[in-house]
Design a binder for this molecule. Structure first.
Ligand code: C2E
Ligand code: MG
Ligand code: MG
Ligand code: MG
Length: 290
């Protein structure tokens, strides 16, 4: 099967490798070393409401390769998915997310954290048990946890997928459809799945409000989501014009460089603490009303 990102892999792993297979084996081996060697880091990007206030964040993985420099998850996640390494990576991300939730809760925040869950990870027979275990071990509150899944998950075994989603929903976890509109979209799954949120893919957002077609598509997605009672996060918001367009059309949450780049998880948590501290200090120093 041809891999998306295959061409990018060649760019990153150019040095005299014979074949696609050799390329992939090299990346697999290095990815495994990366896990053990602490080259993988958890980043997070804010999701904000219409006022620009953070309502949560999405956990995004980063690979700092000692020789090749930073490697995008768009390249190594598909390799990890094919090799099965995604299971280890996914376990790690989930644990990081739970620990981060505890830190946030400890500091008094009501922020939710979104974790990307790949199809292979979701389909492991013991996935629900694993989630239960990590929740029990970390004591994190599942009500602040959102799992982002892609439409690809819904191609086969829709029945099993729904059953599993319901099990996790009963634990308090919410579900989001990531990159909405780019996959095997079918309107029928929207009413069958226990969903909380749609994430409008950045490819639809990037040319709004100038492009007529994208504008129409985004407006339709927003209105459909509203009628279905789903929260929407627009991805890849980079300009004020895009944000204004989205807000005017009823979009409740946004994520993108306009509001902040992905940053290391610890720094993000510190930043949230500082923001709260600053607003409570300015409240203290504000002149009192008499
Ligand atoms: P995604 O889940 O759709 O994540 C959104 C991507 O858009 C991220 O790319 C983010 O950095 C990027 N982005 C955010 N704002 C903007 C913007 O304003 N403009 C543009 N051009 N891009 C923006 P990133 O971090 O490179 O991740 C790529 C993909 O890799 C993710 O897409 C997700 O599918 C996958 N991924 C990342 N971390 C994980 C993980 O822990 N587990 C799994 N299974 N997949 C992951
Ligand atoms: Mg995502
Ligand atoms: Mg996405
Ligand atoms: Mg994407």
């Amino acid at each position: 099967r041809a891999k998306s990102g295959g061409r990018n892999q060649v760019v990153f792993f150019e040095t005299g490798m014979q074949s696609e297979i050799e390329l992939r084996l090299t990346m697999e081996r290095e990815l495994s070393q990366a896990m053990d060697g602490g080259q993988l880091q958890m980043y997070i990007q804010s999701q904000v409401d219409r006022l620009g206030t953070p309502v949560g964040g999405e956990l995004l993985m980063r690979w700092h390769h000692p020789q090749r420099g930073p490697i995008s998850p768009a390249i190594f996640i598909p390799v990890a998915e094919e090799s099965g390494m995604i299971i280890r990576l996914g376990d790690w991300v989930l644990r990081q997310g739970c620990l981060a939730l505890n830190q946030l809760a400890g500091a008094g925040f009501q922020l939710s954290l979104s974790v990307n869950v790949s199809p292979r990870q979701f389909r492991q027979p013991d996935f629900v048990d694993k989630v239960r275990t990590v929740l029990a071990e970390t004591q994190a509150d599942p009500h602040h946890l959102i799992f982002e899944v892609t439409e690809g998950l819904l191609i086969d075994n829709l029945h099993d997928t729904i059953a599993r989603m319901l099990e996790l929903t009963r634990l308090g976890i919410r579900f989001s459809i990531d990159d909405f509109g780019t996959g095997y979209s079918s309107f029928s799954y929207l009413k069958k799945l226990p969903l909380y949120e749609l994430k409008i893919d950045k490819s639809f957002v990037q040319d709004t409000p100038g492009d007529k077609n994208d504008t129409a598509i985004v407006q339709s997605m927003l209105s459909m989501a509203e009628h279905l009672g789903l929260r929407v996060v627009a991805e890849g918001v980079e300009t004020r014009d895009q944000a204004d367009f989205l807000i005017t059309n009823g979009c409740s949450s946004m994520q993108g460089y306009l509001f902040g780049r992905p940053m290391p998880l610890d720094a993000w948590i510190d930043l949230q603490r500082k923001v709260v501290l600053q607003s409570s200090m300015s409240a203290l120093s504000a002149p009192e009303k008499s």
